[in-house]
Design a protein around this ligand. Structure first.
Ligand SMILES: Cc1ncc(C[n+]2csc(CCO)c2C)c(N)n1
Length: 204
């Protein structure tokens, strides 16, 4: 059996997939992955998902960039991913933690207009106070123009892909900082170019 060793750094990771709803899905996915600069993260793609690990700013930068590149031509595209920090056993790839904080894809992503909607859910693991942590973070989300409403088991954000991923990053990093040794996960389903009418009426 493989021994699981404990990581020493606060490495952040996301395992995600993008689903462009087009006959050209394989080309769209492959070219999106190719167009993104991934030199500051540990990354592996297989037939099911892609895993990206490193400093939080680069993990969110790369996740957003792959989604934006896949969605930029108007195809209905969905990103589904789980972000994680503090996972016991997470150590391989620690070298990427010494990269500087300059984001490599921010400019390209912000020059590409993609409107996005998301449902996200936060899971502060092994924290008996988790409902309070979540409630506090929903308050943080409400301070962003992106927050639309709570839905069962998730909260909804609407806005530019830039603003939506920005809100997700702030909430995740804030939660990670408030549970400095803890394991925190966050799921996000982000959609662009859906032909369905948006259900984004605020309920406040
Ligand atoms: C981000 C991301 N990574 C991997 C896959 C899995 N996948 C499905 S089709 C395809 C291209 C043809 O091999 C790949 C890699 C995905 N959907 N999204």
């Amino acid at each position: 059996m493989n021994q699981v060793s404990c990581g020493t750094s606060r490495i952040v990771g996301v395992r995600f997939a993008v689903y462009p709803m087009s006959d050209q899905f394989a080309d769209i996915i492959k070219s999106a992955l190719k167009q993104v600069d991934t030199s500051k993260v540990w990354m592996q793609t297989d037939d099911i998902t892609t895993c990206v690990r490193g400093r939080s700013e680069h993990v969110f930068d790369v996740a957003e960039a792959v989604f934006v590149q896949a969605a930029k031509n108007g195809t209905h595209t969905v990103f589904n991913g789980t972000f994680s920090i503090g996972c016991p056993g997470d150590s391989e790839g620690d070298t990427y933690m010494s990269e500087d904080g300059v984001r490599l894809n921010k400019e390209a992503s912000s020059q590409t207009e993609v409107e996005a909607s998301t449902h996200f859910a936060l899971y502060p693991m092994n924290n008996p106070d988790y409902m309070q942590v979540i409630a506090d973070q929903v308050e943080t989300a409400k301070e962003h123009s992106t927050f639309t409403k709570g839905v069962h088991y998730a909260s909804r954000l609407d806005g530019s892909a830039n603003d939506v991923f920005g809100t997700l990053e702030e909430i995740f990093v804030d939660t990670a900082q408030s549970s400095s040794h803890g394991h925190v996960t966050m799921t996000a389903t982000v959609s662009a170019n859906s032909p369905s009418q948006k259900d984004n009426k605020r309920n406040d």
